[in-house]
Design a protein around this ligand. Structure first.
Ligand SMILES: [Zn+2]
Length: 223
């Protein structure tokens, strides 16, 4: 370990990406979460309106805790750890379905508040594992109310309609995109992004999220 990384460890001791506990030499995940994650393995490939969507875990317990840390508590370092699981899920469930990596962007306003775009961090870390780069081809043009406050699939679809567009000059036509987000619930946010990509000529869209509700959760119905 370099002197510099020892110094950084003193300032920012490594913490578990999921529960935030101080780590004792483990690589990003504490032993308790490591064990809990084995019971939260993903619900498998979901067929959403726009295409297939892979998720690494069910959105419960320490996974939910980890997503909250990344989105609301400034734990941006968690993204690199989550990306390992997501890259594995994408490789296992979506191999050959995409040739470019992009993400569901947050609005400019949210970016200013949070200081970073969590799905961008996830997609960049995933792409780095594949020796490629994530491309920021989408932008959010309307700051709609949070999807988490809406219950029905119809309300969620309506809430994000027209909220995303492809950036001017982005290279989209004829390419197949892996669309990355932190959590996929009804799939309406990813669906709105996929619609924008499709209308710009994308040849395909497959989704990948860290987490998705289990079969019995509300929000899974009505897809
Ligand atoms: Zn933990």
């Amino acid at each position: 370990m370099s002197l510099w990384s020892k110094f950084l460890d003193l300032l920012f001791p490594p913490r578990c990406a999921f529960c935030g506990a101080l780590l004792d030499g483990e690589d990003g995940v504490c032993p308790a979460c490591e064990a809990a994650l084995r019971g939260l393995e993903g619900p498998g490939l979901r067929a959403l309106d726009f295409g297939p969507c892979a998720a690494a875990f069910r959105y419960e317990g320490v996974v939910r805790q980890g997503v909250h840390g990344l989105k609301f508590r400034g734990r941006r370092q968690s993204a690199a750890v989550f990306a390992r699981y997501m890259a594995q899920a994408a490789a296992e469930q979506l191999a050959g379905a995409f040739d470019a990596v992009t993400f569901v962007p947050v609005s400019e306003q949210r970016l200013r508040q949070r200081g970073y775009d969590q799905s961008r961090l996830l997609s960049e870390a995933m792409a780095a594992l594949w020796d490629t780069q994530a491309e920021a081809v989408l932008e959010k043009i309307r700051d709609n109310p949070a999807q988490s406050g809406l219950s029905s699939a119809e309300e969620r679809r309506e809430n994000v309609r027209g909220a995303y567009r492809v950036k001017a000059g982005a290279r989209v036509a004829g390419r197949r995109f892996l669309l990355v987000d932190d959590v996929v619930t009804t799939g309406s946010t990813m669906g709105a992004c996929a619609a924008a990509l499709r209308s710009a000529g994308a040849a395909g869209v497959a989704g990948c999220a860290l987490a998705s509700p289990g079969v019995s959760s509300p929000g899974r119905q009505g897809e």
